[in-house]
Design a protein around this ligand. Structure first.
Ligand code: DX5
Ligand code: ZN
Length: 217
């Protein structure tokens, strides 16, 4: 398994996004955190910026929607050309209908779970998904510490995906760094979001390579 590294532009310089995107062209996907100040207590960016990021990014866009009512808003991110669109289980009214709509529009459908949300109620829905995102911090802010108590949930998610025999990516997001990525990989994650560990590093490109090497061991 070659791990996928997804730098989060939440920790990038928003005024120089084009060069910040170029700096991570060796990564697999660029992770874009959309926050609406309702689902999480923070406000970041929305559809017009994601549309532009899709146009200028050298790598595919992974949109993480931390928003209320994704049933209404998420399809527009697929239409904007995000390769992957992830919505939160806690916010969606009809996750299966929404996942099918995202796929119909040509995106990969991702379902995200907050740290306190169990995976078990969603295991039967795995065939409807292309990615499962286990949050390893409470969503809302970059730079938080990895919650170790999420590791057993990552292991259970990996077991469920393998048991289903489906090619679903298992993503982790929050507090992923050189000191935590190996534990997340050992638990079964294969797709890693890293904000501060990439954009807080002196050389973003080297940070991406280092994280990928650590997750591959
Ligand atoms: C947090 C966001 C993350 C954030 C991760 O709610 O979903 O994607 O950018 O930042 P780090 O890697 O600094 O924890
Ligand atoms: Zn995120």
């Amino acid at each position: 398994m070659t791990p996928r590294i997804c730098p989060s532009i939440l920790s990038a310089d928003f005024v120089n996004l084009e060069s910040e995107l170029r700096a991570i062209s060796g990564a697999d996907l660029v992770h874009v955190d959309v926050m609406d100040n309702h689902f999480v207590p923070n406000l970041t960016l929305g559809l017009p910026i994601v549309e532009r990021v899709v146009q200028v990014s050298p790598i595919p866009v992974d949109a993480h929607l931390m928003i209320a009512d994704p049933d209404r808003w998420a399809p527009a991110y697929a239409e904007a050309g995000a390769q992957s669109v992830t919505f939160h289980a806690e916010a969606a009214t009809a996750p299966v209908r929404l996942a099918r709509e995202l796929r119909r529009l040509g995106s990969r459908a991702g379902l995200a779970l907050r740290p306190a949300t169990s995976i078990e109620p969603f295991i039967d829905l795995l065939p409807e998904l292309d990615m499962l995102l286990i949050m390893t911090v409470e969503p809302g802010f970059g730079g938080q510490s990895f919650i170790e108590a999420t590791l057993p949930k990552i292991e259970r998610a990996r077991a469920a995906i393998d048991a289903a025999g489906l090619p679903i990516w298992l993503q982790v997001d929050g507090g992923i760094s050189a000191s935590t990525i190996e534990r997340a990989a050992a638990a079964g994650a294969d797709t890693f979001v890293a904000g501060s560990a990439v954009y807080g590093a002196e050389h973003a490109a080297s940070a991406v390579s280092e994280l990928r090497a650590l997750a591959s061991d």
